[in-house]
Design a protein around this ligand. Structure first.
Ligand SMILES: Cc1cc2nc3c(=O)[nH]c(=O)nc-3n(C[C@H](O)[C@H](O)[C@H](O)COP(=O)(O)OP(=O)(O)OC[C@H]3O[C@@H](n4cnc5c(N)ncnc54)[C@H](O)[C@@H]3O)c2cc1C
Length: 437
């Protein structure tokens, strides 16, 4: 995959190549272009395109959209939510998003079909050169230093097949924003860490009167009935998000800390779980829109280092999904913002050695921003892998609303960074004390 001899003359050169135009790549490319750098954004698909996701955005993700300058009016199909409804232990608890100075008090739902397209177009508006149907296949490296100096790619046709044309792009810095599998990181020898939590999630859409629910809904337990009518606890956690277009996004996820991980037919769990839901919600095979599709959730910085040899990682490529709640869009965008800040500073240095020193600071920037919190999240993921712990947490935690409000803040990473309540200060202190790794 990694290659040392350039395949063909360079198609294009740039200051920075960003591989992958998901939320991480497009946010990075937009910020880099805003700071005056020449950016190439290479994407293997063509927009608009489907991406398997829950489509849910917490206030942390909305904050990133606001900072990036993406308007989200309801008149343009952005569905707002007020908070999270938690279902478990026979209870339903509705909690509003906290009202904080650092985060807006609302979340959003938007299908990735639209969302990723809007973000990519935003990057283009700010000057990034987007090249769709450009499937990056390998890293071009300098023989002497091992540094990446560009990428090779296959041109794809409108049906997603290779046309046979091999392309080459050159830049002194390359950013891998190519998602969980990150072929580019692998080409540079950066494998996944096995000591980090990993999730798998599946989702589909159903036409439903619940399509305009103004709360995100999270199920802590998934129940079904066996042939004798006895209750059976299924593995995993579920969600129901109203998409506002006549459908609900319904899905479930499971962590590799659970003994059922890898041994479960997730599509079957989905069917059995929705079969227990009230009929008036109309979740059934007949109302299903599209297939049940799944993908992985790489958590807790499961690929590192986040910078080395001219290759910098953002989003899922760097394993940046929050282990507490499986949220990845906010963190892909946040890492893109922080990466672009570092890169802009690096390019302002006069010589290569100075640039390199600045770029080598990026792993510490990411650890400083999220490392301690993700260490706490890794322990949390381990603990909830035991069904008995989860059962007790649901039984004794859920009836205590004040406590649950705090749990919501912790799980969605919504605390004031400075000052705030005693709870905010506790979370910040714990995140600081926990070793970032
Ligand atoms: C079922 C499911 C539900 C989820 N629900 C939520 C949710 O509700 N909220 C939330 O915040 N997160 C959710 N996530 C996580 C979220 O989808 C990811 O964390 C997020 O998409 C990461 O963004 P990214 O830009 O890093 O990567 P991606 O979104 O994966 O984008 C990577 C991009 O790179 C492109 N690419 C890949 N390889 C190449 C290549 N070789 N050459 C060129 N381009 C390439 C891809 O086509 C894609 O456009 C969910 C995940 C799953 C699986």
């Amino acid at each position: 995959m990694s290659q040392h001899t350039p395949a063909s003359p360079s198609e294009e050169t740039a200051d920075v190549i960003v591989v992958g135009a998901g939320p991480g790549g497009s946010a990075t490319a937009a910020y880099l272009a805003m700071s005056g750098l020449d950016v190439l954004l290479l994407e293997k698909t063509a927009f608009p395109r489907e991406k398997v996701c829950g489509d849910g955005l917490t206030p942390r993700a909305v904050r990133e959209l606001i900072t990036l300058g993406i308007p989200t009016p309801e008149s343009e199909g952005w569905i707002r939510n007020k908070g999270l409804r938690i279902v478990g232990g026979g209870m339903r608890l509705q909690l509003d998003w906290p009202d904080l100075s650092t985060f807006p008090p609302y979340g959003l739902v938007r299908t990735r079909q639209d969302f990723d397209d809007i973000l990519a177009q935003h990057a283009v508006k700010h000057g990034a050169r987007l090249r769709e149907r450009t499937n990056v296949t390998g890293a071009i490296r300098d023989d002497a230093t091992g540094r990446i100096t560009g990428v090779t790619a296959k041109e794809m046709d409108e049906r997603g097949r290779a046309t046979g044309r091999v392309l080459r792009y050159d830049a002194p810095l390359v950013i891998a924003a190519d998602g969980n599998s990150s072929r580019l990181s692998l080409a540079m020898g950066r494998e996944k860490r096995e000591d980090r939590p990993m999730g798998v999630a599946v989702r589909t859409y159903y036409t439903s009167p619940r399509h305009d629910d103004d709360y995100l809904e999270s199920w802590l337990e998934l129940w079904s009935k066996d042939a004798q009518g006895k209750d059976v606890l299924l593995p995993g956690y579920g969600w129901i998000f109203g998409v506002g277009d006549g459908t609900s996004n319904v899905g479930l996820g499971i962590l590799n800390t659970s003994s059922a991980f890898g041994k479960t037919d997730y599509k079957d769990v989905m069917r059995r779980w929705v079969a227990t839901m009230p009929q008036e919600w109309t979740y059934s095979d007949e109302t299903m829109v599209g297939d049940i599709r799944g993908a992985a959730l790489p958590m807790g910085f499961n690929r590192q280092p986040h910078y080395a040899d001219g290759l910098l990682l953002v989003g899922d490529a760097g394993g940046m999904v929050n282990p507490f709640n499986g949220e990845g869009i906010a963190y892909a965008m946040e890492s893109g913002r922080l990466a672009a800040e570092v890169v802009a500073q690096a390019f302002a240095r006069a010589d290569d050695a100075g640039r390199e020193r600045v770029l080598q600071g990026y792993p510490a920037v990411m650890k400083n921003a999220l490392g301690g919190y993700y260490t706490l999240g890794r322990h949390f993921a381990k603990v909830i892998g035991y069904p008995e712990v989860m059962r007790l947490a649901v039984k004794y935690g859920l009836p205590r609303e004040t406590m649950m409000k705090y749990v919501l803040k912790v799980m969605a990473n919504l605390s004031e960074p400075h000052g705030g309540s005693a709870g905010d200060r506790l979370l910040n202190a714990l995140s600081r004390i926990a070793p970032a790794a």
